[in-house]
Write a protein that binds this ligand. Structure first.
Ligand code: KPL
Length: 299
């Protein structure tokens, strides 16, 4: 049984896909969610499909063996704390958050050898509390920083249900996503534009300067993705040209963004390595000037 913590867009999408493939799962929802409402809707290419998904609140859970954590990074600590009575050293915990460094937090709740990461590129948006749209077919890469072999619980059936795969080098996958998000997300949030606008002549030089700095960091970290980073970032911008980045959506909705776990983490690592990152620091300052942490100070 897979327990999915967080009924946001990706949590719901996973619950639908696992249920569709007859893989036992439950969705852990916030207290107050209408637990009698059994019909959850998945919209794909405009077509709705309904599934009966088992829902439960964290306080009603006991003995969870496999936990997939699908909350945003700033909610991770409280989400894990809410379920701490039901998990122990043997619980496998899969972290779906953008950004890095979340394993430090998860280590307080399970053995580090049972911590896994998942990097998702499926596009999913919540249309309402129980309706999720699968807007873009992507994939999910799973991996561990401690071991290279795929665990038994991650079956081929499970992987094919969610377009998943196991990778021996999840570190590079996570860093690559972090580099992409650290450029696209704050720039689109500051300029309130779609991803594709970053390729316009007035924006592209900034994108290239950030890629160049991030490439230096990738090299300093000995990541094999350093050389291909420029084409990867430009490809993602091109293929998601019509998207509003998740950070742009967050600032528009006035919700907490992932700037700290993405750009904050990147700058911390660069600082520890003694790497100056002037364009990244400027981006960080511009973001915080435009979107001060206190909501009431926002535009
Ligand atoms: O992951 C994304 C995000 O918005 O968080 C990208 C790849 C930038 C797509 O919008």
């Amino acid at each position: 049984m897979i327990s999915i913590l967080g009924a946001g867009a990706i949590g719901q999408l996973l619950a639908h896909k696992l249920t569709e493939a007859s893989i036992e799962c439950q969705l852990i929802v916030k207290p107050g969610h209408d637990l009698d409402a059994k019909q959850w809707q998945l919209v794909q290419q405009g077509q709705p499909t309904y599934h009966e998904i088992k829902t439960i609140t964290a306080s009603d859970c006991d003995e969870i063996r496999h936990l997939w954590v699908c909350v945003k990074s700033h909610q991770l600590q409280s989400a894990l704390q809410s379920i701490s009575h039901a998990i122990d050293d043997k619980t496998s915990v899969v972290l779906f958050q953008n950004g890095m460094g979340h394993d430090k937090l998860a280590q307080k709740y399970t053995d580090s050898k049972n911590i896994y990461f998942a990097s998702n590129t499926h596009g999913a948006f919540k249309q309402s509390s129980q309706v999720v749209e699968h807007a873009g077919e992507g994939r999910i890469r799973f991996g561990s920083l401690n071991k290279e072999t795929q665990p038994d619980w991650l079956s081929e059936n499970m992987l094919s249900a969610i377009q998943g795969s196991w990778t021996e080098d999840i570190k590079s996958v996570l860093w690559q996503k972090l580099f992409i998000n650290a450029i696209v997300n704050p720039l689109t949030a500051i300029h309130q534009c779609k991803n594709g606008d970053l390729l316009l002549p007035e924006m592209k030089p900034m994108v290239l300067a950030l890629i160049n700095e991030n490439q230096q960091l990738a090299k300093a970290l000995d990541l094999p993705i350093a050389d291909g980073l420029k084409s990867k970032v430009l490809d993602v911008i091109g293929s998601t040209a019509n998207n509003q980045s998740s950070m742009l959506q967050d600032v528009k909705q006035g919700t907490t963004t992932e700037i700290d776990s993405i750009n904050g983490y990147l700058l911390d690592v660069a600082t520890d390595l003694g790497l100056p990152m002037p364009y990244n620091w400027r981006l960080w300052s511009q973001f915080h000037i435009k979107y001060p942490p206190l909501k009431e100070l926002r535009e």
